[in-house]
Design a binder for this molecule. Sequence first.
Ligand code: CP
Length: 310
Amino acid sequence: MNWKRKDLLGLEELSREEIVAILDTAASFKEVSTREIKKVPALRGKTVVNLFYEPSTRTRVSFEVAAKRLSADVINVAIETSSVRKGETLIDTGRNIEALKADVIVMRHSSSGAAAILAKKVNANVVNAGDGWHEHPTQALLDMFTLKEKTGEIKGLKVCIIGDIAHSRVARSNIWGLTKLGAEVIVCAPRMLIPPEIEKMGVKVSSNADKAIRGVDAVNVLRMQFERDEKTAFPQRLEYYKNFGITKERLHKAGGNIIVMHPGPINRGVEISSEVADGPNSVILEQVTNGIAVRMAVLFLVAGGEKNRT
Ligand code: CP
């Protein structure tokens, strides 16, 4: 398909065809990382700026690697030592980065909608690397890419997303993406961590982990976000682990042959046991690797790299 969007802000706004186009483009890029010289000239001459207002390991490094694989120049803005600390607004920062000739701005921000606001104010392509509780589109895309790689097709799969659904941009993006591609999605969490009316997104809801994961093809385990400001509303870690933690015993009871995913970072012994995280069902590190190809595809499509591709 002919990609038309300037920005990638979320999966809610994408059609099924656009999601498939990103996954297919990612599949064609995966091989680049296996070459001795891991580079194609697709974005040569373009500048990608990583603007991360929140901490990140996987997403920031993955975007940097992806941009470099496409031969783009990459600048990482260190927010702590930037003029953001002097009170510069998001829009002023974005416009100044654009004035410094950025072609693509990859942004993570704690406020939902921040990427959309910036996208309206700059001509540069904006890629949302996670905005508040709203969306984390490239995480969901790499999750779906990994699932497709493991199973052949997303359509007809049964996927349980378990954990802190209420605070999770990963959950929202996965729900939009998986349902558009024809998967059945069950969300599972203690009631306090399930947002009201989530059923309207086309998912089933459960607060019983054993029932929710029985017979599923994959379980996507979300991190308990203890750094958020509502600690008192959270169940105790041990209580959570007992009732919702993905352990070998719980997986075995549910059917055993279940793909285990996690976007990271992991709280071992809280939402998942080390035995499962590092065990044969886990595809967690494969997800991280696949993030490079998926982010290459996203940068390539939004920045219009077709003419330089080899
Ligand atoms: N999955 C994810 O977004 O991880 P980081 O916060 O390390 O980027």
